[in-house]
Ligand binder design. Structure first.
Ligand code: PHE
Length: 464
């Protein structure tokens, strides 16, 4: 067998793993759910979820991958035994990669379209209705959605085909620093705006008035999985390209901190703009694609800021998409013995086709309103979802938490204590945290995840 590829350096791994974590989840989703949930107190709960649930699972995933030197399915086999039910967690992860990337690429495609719009002159002089119309038109446009989705998939495939050091690591080294610089440029601009003070107090003053404790906590928890790329083996896969004595504790903490810093920076860029222009922080998923362009349209140099912002969103999405594709691709390389180019093209094509219904969710009845009627029968009145929403719902609310639960239970209860302790302590000066880690994985993570499930199926109800 060919020798397994490894990262060129620890920094390369950190950048690639942070690239996976930092994505649409940080810049598109986190600000709008924070806005919807009233700001400060939600941010605080989210931070607790990251530390108490997210970080332990991330360490667990990297531990599994680094110990087994194998992608998820093979890793579970190596650490348990052939044919063990634990392999199911690996399979679920591979399936999840296909599901998430198929619709993730569609949203990334919107960001590409907004780059194009920015270059054409941006949103200068457009009123709110016109900007809203731009997004609605895009959402309903079959050709445009498919075009950008295909283009984004071609970019992702083009990088992953290059392999670990020449593809994933090299591009993470280029894109991540650029992303950081763009973020800082936007932040400096935001700090000079009138609404900055208000944004800071919105984000960092815990205000429990009207706060919906139950749903908000669970939303924060689910998002902790999504934003740290946990529960589907992305970190197992990236961890498998680490050498066996690389420090997993410090790297996990670094990745978690970077991800959180970028998410908070995204809020510090968005909310000052929202407040300065007197818009609603709770505008929902359209926050980035509608509210923000309205503001860009009224700013001096708005087209440039808008180009920067959507460029940033695209880079962030790209480094996450790479990790999603890598999970699928490494499965066929490790388990089926396929070559990297063949496996990448194969997975890329399947995901491309799987994404077409998502790309058509706004433009056809079949994947739009008909699907909404259908899912309403399963999920109940008023909960209907089009194809796009159904995939997002399935992955974020079910597949990721289920995978995360499997990973936590596996590491905490199935892996031998000695191997686990040695693995955790290898190469790190934080060996003292070992028992805390095991405790969180054994009890707190399962409790939290099961609570999400019970809430999702309606057993726990937080109706006010
Ligand atoms: N973490 C990515 C984001 O925040 C999404 C992602 C989820 C990537 C799962 C890989 C695996 O956008």
């Amino acid at each position: 067998m060919a020798q397994r590829a490894h990262w060129g350096s620890r920094m390369g791994f950190i950048l690639a793993a942070a690239g996976s974590a930092v994505g649409l989840g940080n810049i598109w989703k986190f600000p709008y759910i924070t806005g919807e949930n009233g700001g400060g107190i939600f941010v605080l709960i989210y931070l607790v979820c990251i530390v108490v649930i997210g970080l332990p699972i991330m360490m667990g995933e990297i531990f599994i991958g680094r110990t087994a030197q194998n992608s998820p399915v093979g890793a579970f086999r190596a650490l348990s035994k052939p044919g063990s039910p634990w392999l199911g967690v690996g399979w679920l992860g591979v399936a999840c990669a296909f599901v998430i990337l198929s619709y993730y690429s569609v949203v990334a495609g919107w960001a590409l379209h907004y780059i194009y719009l920015s270059i054409k002159g941006g949103f200068t002089g457009m009123d709110a209705d016109t900007v809203g119309g731009v997004f609605n038109d895009l959402f309903a446009d079959k050709t445009l959605n498919i075009f950008w989705h295909v283009l984004f998939m071609v970019m992702t495939v083009g990088i992953v085909i290059g392999g670990i050091q020449k593809g994933v690591e090299r591009w993470a080294r280029i894109l991540m620093p650029l992303l950081f610089i763009m973020m800082i440029a936007l932040l400096i601009q935001a700090m000079r705006m009138d609404g900055f003070k208000q944004a800071v107090s919105f984000l960092f003053t815990p205000n429990t008035e009207n706060f919906r404790w139950g749903p908000a906590t669970l939303e924060a928890l689910g998002h902790a999985f999504f934003t740290l790329s946990l529960g589907m083996g992305a970190m197992i896969t990236y961890g498998s390209y680490l050498k066996s004595d690389d420090d997993l504790v410090t790297t996990s903490i670094t990745v978690g901190v970077l991800d959180t810093v970028i998410a908070l920076m995204a809020c510090l860029v968005l909310f000052p703009i929202i407040f300065t222009f007197g818009m609603e922080p709770g505008a929902g998923p359209g926050l980035v694609f509608v509210s923000l362009p309205i503001a860009f349209g009224q700013m001096t140099g708005g087209a440039i800021w808008s180009l920067l912002f959507f460029g940033l969103l695209t880079f962030a999405a790209l480094t996450s998409a790479i990790s999603l594709l890598e999970v699928a691709v490494s499965y066929f390389i490790d388990e089926r013995g396929w070559s990297r180019p063949f496996s990448t093209l194969f997975c890329g094509l399947i995901i491309l086709f799987l994404g077409i219904p998502s790309a058509l969710s706004g433009g056809t009845d079949l994947f739009g309103s008909k699907m909404v009627n259908l899912t309403e029968k399963v999920l109940g009145e008023g909960n209907g979802k089009n194809w796009f929403d159904s995939f997002d719902y399935l992955a974020t609310n079910w597949m990721l938490p289920l995978g995360g639960l499997g990973i936590a239970l596996f590491v905490a209860w199935r892996v031998g204590g000695q191997a686990r302790e040695q693995g955790f302590k290898a190469g790190t000066k934080f060996g003292k945290l070992y028992w805390g880690w095991v405790f969180l994985l054994r009890y707190i993570v399962p409790l939290g995840v099961v609570a999400v499930f019970l809430y999702s199926i309606g057993v726990i109800d937080f109706a006010e």
